[in-house]
Design a protein around this ligand. Sequence first.
Ligand SMILES: O=C(O)C[C@H](O)C(=O)O
Length: 462
Amino acid sequence: MGEKFRTEKDSLGEIQVPQTALYGAQTQRAVENFPVSGNGLPTEFIRAIVLIKKSAAEANRDLGLLDKARAAAIIGACDSLGDPEFAAHFPVDIYQTGSGTSSNMNVNEVLAHLAGEGNGLSISPNDHVNMSQSSNDVIPTAIHVSALLAVRDKLLPALRNLHTQLCDKAVQVQNVVKTGRTHLMDAVPMTMAQEVYAWAAQVEDCRERIRATMPRLAQLAQGGTAIGTGLNAHPDFSELFAQKLSAHTSQQFRPADNLFAAISSQDTSVELSGQLKVLAVAMMKIANDLRWMNSGPLAGVAEIALKALQPGSSIMPGKVNPVIAESAAMVAARVMGNDTTITVAGQSGNFQLNVMLPLVASTLLESISLLANASQLLADRAIASYTVNRPHIEETLGRNPILVTALNPVIGYLKAAEIAKAAYSSGRPVLDVALEMTDLDRKTLEDLLDPAHLAKGGLVGE
Ligand SMILES: O=C(O)C[C@H](O)C(=O)O
């Protein structure tokens, strides 16, 4: 049996809508107009719009604009939306109208339908659910709210965990002295803790950069309506709305300093995306360092062994690959690309409205979610569990002629270079060669060339 339909009507006329749909005519038109990606906007974004509708209904009620019965019905409808409704009744594609009007109307229609069910109330998607609002302030507000909550609830905790795991690891490997590398080539010694603490510092700086965007994310376009003038909204609406939303989210929101700017630009989204890109760059570096350090096990750098999580190869038996680091590196690549997308979308503020808002919403939320998940996995399934190949590290460190760098202040660079060359060509320990080519005694050379001492900067008296 074919799907049943009902007739719905909007300002363009009648249209057939699936019988069971909670949405109405405008959503149906959008479904038919935009069969583009097959992907809807993220659930957390739609949830943010629903929260905006709830807070708006409360504010309109308190301002005496919306009668108590309708306000209660709309608020009840907002509260009744569970996961199955989110999956089924918000079908509009990301690549729709640039203002997100189709998604705003989708939410308005679903809530009006649910709010009017079984109570005899006539509830209009435009006049009641969308009262005092325009898509032009709802959608930028939903971007800020959903992004801020995702940063607060997912990304910042994941970064804190990654930082903690890195610091714990650094303590575990504080006595591992290894060869430092510059240009991928052997350089002077360091401890593995110094290396891991450097990653931790990068992560912590990224966390702080992202956290610093939150005060601007907390500024909302709501109340500006179509272009920022607030036409059709009560003068107290934006402030009261922000109070209601703050209470529902345990997060302080407030009206934007300039509502025109909040509607016509996406500068704060661009700012946040830029900080997410810094994190992606840091994540790529850490993931690649781990991959190099884990390379081998026989013919590679082989300093560490990442935990074996799955067979690496369908054809090469026994091979194990650094899958979590590869996954994190792909996330980083995606976020860098997303930042370019958001940069272009952010430029698309023509006169009073940015018209790439759904693209900003989906791309920004994807970056936050991917980075949160990848950070968690990197921490728990790579950093926490890797083991150190101490014999190999010690063996290569002991033979490293670059240790001779420590003799520069005593015998000069040119003499030290001669010793290094002789050590490289003969394959002998640099200490033995230096003993022959200088006047320094063994004890002095042992002190000067001690890798653990050099890892502290080689300062006399350390
Ligand atoms: O949907 C709205 O509220 C306004 C629309 O985006 C427009 O400016 O044309």
